[in-house]
Design a protein around this ligand. Structure first.
Ligand SMILES: [Zn+2]
Length: 336
């Protein structure tokens, strides 16, 4: 960085002066200068061409720049923002953020039209685009052009948030089950995007096998959260799973997807979405409603994060547990 600035700050004509200041180049450079005069006193020293400075190593153009708009492009941008953006110009970082959030809106609009994604998924996507645009607008150094695009994006997000959506899957948010606030200092932000999904059962006997009331299931989810956060064997920052599904097929939002989960043990949690089926499925399988919701949720998450079906596994694939029981394990094999 420092070298680049030095070289850029010297006009080409002044490079001679810079070279002349180098101790080893001093004699030759002076002679080279004198050789230009008609009465050169130093004819025996051959004139040396002034050396060009080595080319400045510019960071490579990121691959997302030329990529047409697609989910893949959005993934590339997300990864680039996380890993590489620091080596690039501020303008390119803003451009990346604009394209990422414009893409999120574009796909939300398309999915709303075709009812291709659950309502909650679309809401989450539009909400993250809205936050992204607000973040750009909060930065006073952003150019007027970028600011206009962010304003336009915000308007688009507001419009989409009110748009009627398809009959998709409803997810009960954390507020709806009265979740405790997470201990953020104990949570690990997601790194590198989601690449696999692991399915569990809660193995508790209090859940009504047919699902029971929403209040009953919300109470069960709160008990699991308390156990994960307060039990001395855990003391995690939040409930370990990202989603929980009850016997009636209701899907509860667990740990937010911006955080890595705590459900498969150590490094098995990396980039791994955790889904927990409420109930003990050692002797029987989950209800049809629960299984159907699991299928829709899996299909949705896989489409969103481009996760291949082979990367959806039962907890027991990591060994040393029978979770989530034989029936669900068999079902997951057939899902593939
Ligand atoms: Zn498990």
């Amino acid at each position: 960085m420092y070298t680049q600035r030095m070289q850029r700050s010297f006009p080409r004509a002044d490079r001679f002066a810079v070279l002349a200041r180098r101790p080893c180049g001093l004699v030759h450079s002076l002679c080279a200068a004198l050789a230009l005069l008609p009465l050169c006193a130093c004819p025996s020293v051959p004139r040396k061409p002034v050396e060009e400075p080595p080319p400045i190593a510019e960071p490579l153009t990121p691959s997302w720049v030329k990529e047409p708009m697609s989910w893949h492009k959005l993934e590339l941008i997300e990864q680039w923002l996380e890993v590489d953006a620091g080596r690039h110009s501020r303008e390119l970082v803003i451009e990346a953020k604009l394209q990422l959030n414009e893409g999120r809106l574009q796909f939300s609009r398309r999915d709303i039209d075709s009812s291709a994604a659950p309502r909650e998924t679309l809401q989450m996507r539009v909400e993250s685009a809205r936050k992204g645009f607000e973040e750009i607008l909060a930065d006073s150094s952003v150019s007027a052009g970028a600011r206009n695009r962010a304003q336009l994006g915000l308007k688009g997000a507001a419009g989409l948030a009110q748009a009627p959506t398809g009959t998709g899957l409803a997810i009960l948010g954390r507020k709806q089950w009265n979740a405790r606030a997470p201990r953020v200092s104990n949570l690990t932000p997601l790194k590198g995007g989601w690449s696999r999904i692991t399915v569990h059962h809660s193995a508790e006997s209090t859940s009504d096998p047919r699902g029971g009331s929403v209040e009953d299931s919300a109470a069960t989810v709160r008990i699991i959260q308390k156990y994960h956060m307060d039990d001395p064997t855990h003391r995690w920052g939040d409930i370990g799973y990202h989603f929980l599904i009850d016997g009636a097929g209701r899907i509860f939002e667990g740990r937010e997807l911006q955080w890595q989960g705590a459900h498969a043990g150590g490094s098995n949690n990396h980039q791994n979405i955790g889904i927990c089926m409420l109930g003990d499925f050692e002797r029987r399988g989950p209800t049809d409603a629960a299984r159907k919701s699991l299928q829709v949720l899996l299909d949705d998450l896989r489409a969103r994060y481009r996760i291949p079906a082979e990367r959806v596994v039962p907890h027991n694939s990591f060994g040393s547990t029978r979770c989530p029981g034989p029936a669900l394990t068999a079902w997951l094999k057939s899902y593939k």
